[in-house]
Each structure stands twice: as structure tokens, then as C-alpha cells.
Ligand binder design. Structure first.
Ligand code: FEO
Length: 408
């Protein structure tokens, strides 16, 4: 912390960003956002986040990789006062949490050139006020020399926009991966401070940001596998100085089989749906199948997303409201479809009062999921013994499906 700022009669401390040493030539400039609680106006951030820029000094040239969110521009600009010259500003990703301060960095260093992928150029010109003649585009595999340090640019589209690239520093074997391998985790530590907690944050991040592109990420992991990597330096969260931690986790999340896990997002207004949910939870628990219900009136959707990474079966519980699924369940179902999890099976537990409504069209809510539909249970009013027996049969069916695939 440093300095005292004054607004009216109120004095406040200003945050100072410290350059953190990763190696003799590489520094992390992390804008730590301790209090941000929502990203993209959608994603909860219980652990805050950071926007990381990296400075690499070669024997002849100096480069800055990515910038920071515009809300943190002043911190980064002040921290860079100790850096007399930046020759190259590398943009791995055009989203504004990393690119938003590019115009101010280019103004601070009038001779600096902006390096980006061919696709990023149009996006950066559209999103920001940047003179086109400051931009140099690079192709996949192209290199850039800083003298005794060399960058290689690796095209990795759709992590998380179509223009994204990773930048590899050959001599130090550091991969600057931007959103890929990131975590929404505010920390004062340069490197992973707690592997378990960091991995949990990274899994939440993967589920919300990366999972929709898991097929492409699998190809990117294969593309990156020949590279020797000593550190992975993402643009959110701490640096991995034991890269296997996140590489192995990504391999499992992206291409491992689903687990013997059922998740049940549900809404219940007068307990009818909840009775069925509770019965199914009891049934599956008794069979040794992992099960996790989520009351969607109070669920952190990040926790739901984390479980979607592994779940083999999704059961959605909803009352019929004005002839359709409860609106919150409609949102949850569409979200699950958007995230494209590896789930294989799905079904609905439905209750209705005076009209069955569009119950036959409920599966349309999950057309984004590539799942086999199991038997829905639809109940008029309070679930009776026969209805709960139908829930028992659904549990039996789930068990047989999971066993047939040998899920663990
Ligand atoms: Fe962290 Fe897609 O921006």
C-alpha cells in the first residue's frame, strides 16, 4: 500500500502494485482484485481474481505480455514507471480484462509495437482506440527475438475467444497462457500458494470459461505436449511453478471419463419436487452413487459448474409454473447446455398443480447437452407412494447405466 489519496474530506490508501520476480529477466505485474465478486456480469468470484501482465527483459529489447483491466490501469502504469522502455506489447487475448489498458501502455511507450494474432487485430481495433500502424500480427509458430530471449507464438484459438494465443519463452521454458489454465484467485503470492485451493479455483474457472471449448482444448494440450515447460504463467491467478499440477488436472477435466456422480439442480415451491429430489438422493446414496442436490434459489452457479465437469447424470427438478418449467430452472438448464459438460444421461422430476402445461417440451431446455434422456417422473400434486416408486426406478436405471460404463 502507498500514499494517501483525498476525495472531499475522506482519506484513503492507494494500492501499489509491486513487480514480482519470477526469474532474473521475468517479472509479474499482478493487478490483484480482492473484492470483485462477479465476472462478465454472470460468474461469481468468491475468491476475487487478478489480471496479470508480465515483463520480459532481453539483452536488446523488452516486452510486456498483456496489460490489465481498465479499472486497474493506474496501478500498472505507476508500477511501470521503473521500466524506461517497452519495445513490444504482446496481446495474447483481446478481452478487455487483459487488453483494456493497451491504449494507455502504447501512449506511455510511443515506440512500442503491439504484437497479436491476425484475428486479434480486427478485434482489438474494434474494441479499443488503437492506431492500426502500431500493430504487428504474427502467425502460428512465428518467433520474436529480444536478443538473448526468444518468444514463440502458439495459436490456441477459443481459450476463450477465437483470437487467443499462448506465448512461449524458449530460453526459460515459460508458457504465458492468458486465460488458459487461469484461476479466479486473488493472492499476494507469485506462485501457487496452496495447491488444493488453487486447483479448486482453477476448476471453477475451467468449468465456467473453458469447458464449452473442451474439444479444442484437448487438441491444444496435444499441441503443447512437446514443449518443455518449467512455469505456466496465466493471466488470472498465481503462476504454476509445478506445471504438472494444472496440466494433469486439465487432461482429466477435458478427456477423463465422467464420474459415478449425479447432480440434481432443482426448484421446489411447495415441497412436491423436493420430496422427489430427497427420495432420489436417498436412493442413489444407498447404492453408493455420489449425488449432489442444488437448490437453485440459493446455489452459487460456480459450485454447480464445478460438479458439471465430472457428473455422468443430470436430473433437473422443477414445478410447472404458468405452463412451463420454473424460470430459474430454465436458466439453470440453459446454462448447463451452454457449458457443454461431459454428462451422458439426464431426466426431469416434475410436479404440477392444476395443469401439466408443456411438460413434453421440457427436454428442449437441455438440447445443448449430448445426453440420453432417462424416464422423467411427472407428479400431480403431492408425490404418492406410486410416484416415489417411479423415482426408485429412475435410481435403478441410473445405477444400471453407470455400472454398464464402469464409472467410478
Ligand atoms: Fe480473462 Fe477472456 O479474459
Amino acid at each position: 500500500m502507498r500514499g494517501i489519496g483525498i476525495i472531499g474530506k475522506i482519506a484513503f490508501q492507494e494500492v501499489k502494485m509491486e513487480a514480482k520476480l519470477m526469474s532474473e529477466r521475468v517479472h509479474l505485474y499482478a493487478s490483484v482484485d480482492w473484492t470483485r465478486r462477479l465476472f462478465d456480469a454472470l460468474i461469481p468470484l468468491p475468491d476475487g481474481t487478478s489480471y496479470n501482465a508480465y515483463l520480459v527483459k532481453g539483452s536488446e529489447k523488452t516486452a510486456l505480455i498483456d496489460t490489465t483491466d481498465p479499472s486497474k490501469a493506474a496501478e500498472l502504469l505507476e508500477a511501470l514507471n521503473e521500466v524506461p522502455a517497452v519495445d513490444y506489447l504482446i496481446s495474447n487475448h483481446a478481452e478487455q480484462d487483459h487488453s483494456g489498458t493497451i491504449p494507455k501502455i502504447l501512449a506511455k511507450y510511443p515506440k512500442a509495437k503491439l504484437i497479436c494474432s491476425t484475428k486479434a487485430k480486427d478485434m482489438l481495433l474494434a474494441l479499443l482506440d488503437i492506431p492500426e500502424d502500431r500493430i504487428i500480427t504474427v502467425e502460428d509458430g512465428e518467433t520474436l527475438s529480444l536478443g538473448d530471449r526468444t518468444f514463440e507464438f502458439i495459436y490456441t484459438p477459443w481459450v476463450h475467444w477465437p483470437e487467443t494465443i499462448c506465448t512461449y519463452l524458449r530460453e526459460e521454458q515459460i508458457l504465458f497462457s492468458c486465460d488458459l489454465f487461469g484461476s479466479h484467485l486473488a493472492t499476494s503470492s507469485t506462485f501457487v500458494p496452496d495447491e488444493g485451493h488453487t486447483l479448486r479455483c482453477a476448476k471453477r474457472y475451467y468449468a465456467e470459461i473453458m469447458m464449452p471449448f473442451h474439444a479444442l482444448i484437448q487438441k491444444h494440450l496435444e499441441k503443447l505436449s512437446p514443449y518443455k515447460i518449467k512455469m505456466i504463467a496465466p493471466s488470472h491467478g498465481p503462476v504454476y511453478n509445478r506445471p504438472e499440477l494444472i496440466l494433469d488436472a486439465y487432461k482429466e477435466w477435458v478427456s477423463g471419463p465422467p464420474r459415478n456422480l449425479v447432480i440434481i439442480p432443482y426448484i421446489s415451491m411447495h415441497h412436491s419436487t423436493l420430496d422427489m429430489v430427497n427420495r432420489l438422493v436417498d436412493d442413489l446414496s444407498a447404492k453408493g452413487i455420489m449425488v449432489q442436490p442444488f437448490d437453485m434459489t440459493c446455489t452459487d452457479i460456480g459450485e454447480l459448474a464445478i460438479q458439471l465437469v465430472d457428473a455422468a447424470t443430470i436430473i433437473l427438478g422443477t414445478p410447472i409454473m404458468h405452463g412451463n418449467a420454473h424460470p430459474i430452472m430454465g436458466y439453470a438448464a440453459r446454462l448447463a447446455g451452454t457449458l457443454k459438460p461431459k454428462a451422458l444421461f439426464a431426466a426431469f422430476l416434475v410436479s404440477y398443480g392444476w395443469g401439466i402445461g408443456a411438460v413434453d417440451r421440457l427436454p428442449e431446455l437441455i438440447t445443448g447437452l449430448k445426453v440420453e434422456g432417462l424416464n422423467n417422473v411427472v407428479v400431480h400434486g403431492l408425490p404418492r407412494p406410486a410416484d416415489l416408486e417411479a423415482v426408485d426406478k429412475l435410481a435403478d436405471l441410473i445405477e444400471s447405466k453407470h455400472k454398464a460404463l464402469g464409472l467410478k
